[in-house]
Design a protein around this ligand. Sequence first.
Ligand code: ATP
Ligand code: MG
Length: 397
Amino acid sequence: MRLRPVLVVHYHEISLKRGNRPLFLRHLRRNVERALSDTGPAAVEQLSGRILVDLEGHGAPEAARDRVAQIFGVASVTIAYRTPSTLDGMKALLDRLLEGRSFASFRITARRAFKTYPMTSVELNRALGAFVLERVPTRVDLEHAEQEIHVEVLPAETYISLDRVEGPGGLPVGTAGTVATLLSGGIDSPVAAWRMMKRGCRVIFVHFHSVPYLPATSQAKARALVERLTAWQYASRLHQVAFGEIQREVVLSVPPPLRVVVYRRLMIRIAEELARRSGALALATGESLGQVASQTLENIARIDEAATLPVLRPLIGMDKLEITAQAQRIGTFDISIEPDADCCTLFTPRHPATRMEAEAVAALEARLDLERLVTQGVEGARLETFEFPAAAVASRS
Ligand code: ATP
Ligand code: MG
């Protein structure tokens, strides 16, 4: 018997969204194709509540599986093998898959994608379980099986797999619209961007740097972070905004403790204009309530008053420890902790005001030519683009 690997991809949340299901599936399927585009031949089809990826001639099913395990919207993915849906066919395939394997306990988890199959799931579990017990010295353990054997009976064929990897869940990127994330070089904002992607958003990035007043490290960090995050959304745009000159003008008229909020409001206005030009419907930041002086409710209110688009803050209720753990899991932490001078440290005191009245901010901003400063930031922004997998870029250029 020749084994022919297939990825069986399961999704759950998507099936809840009845009206939108075709849209979700279209994006999920496209994202699977995109994520696998450089790994080898992979034929993607949708079938009975799953996505199947035929890996005939692929050569590296594990690599393909690991890619798919990193696609938002995927609940789980397995490398499975097919057989005709007869009990004998399933036994013959199982026999082959069990070669050389040993495990202290197991369970069979059979699922039928169509209910007219002559055996029920329970009957299949029993029959195939008895077969495994004949071949392998082991026992059944439904609660804590060392080896779970998945059997999926689809109309045309049955798929059996011995390894299942959890996906990240969430919704397929592209289904929820675009948001512009303000990306510093810090730990928080990359996590905020990732969480927006997990809810199906495509993220465009806006970074403010203070070259030539500060070294270009923050730009390089933003670039490295976006490169890492692009593995979750396949294509990214990063706007690098020169903020140093703008800050210098603010410094001339705004006293030190009040500068941070004024800087942030300018950032919001510039990001918003860039967002609009990209069709983004909201902004997102990495703020978490009370984490630093600029993140009090009062200051958040002042920042929001400068915005006309919604400002989303996916980390608002998270502790630094939780955010850090997440940053480590998604691979941005190591980049974020590289030493760097943030633009907000430029011309800023150690102890910024934690409370400002709206009138006070308005009075400060009346001394600035806001419109010109925003235009200067927007027009001077440099666009960088990223693609994942990298080979997709190479083949296009
Ligand atoms: P982070 O870890 O994301 O840098 P932080 O804890 O340093 O956040 P702040 O410095 O108050 O907090 O920044 C709050 C948010 O403002 C950031 O999460 C980010 O969204 C945005 N922001 C701050 N500095 C920049 C910058 N230089 N470029 C783009 N966005 C920025
Ligand atoms: Mg920061």
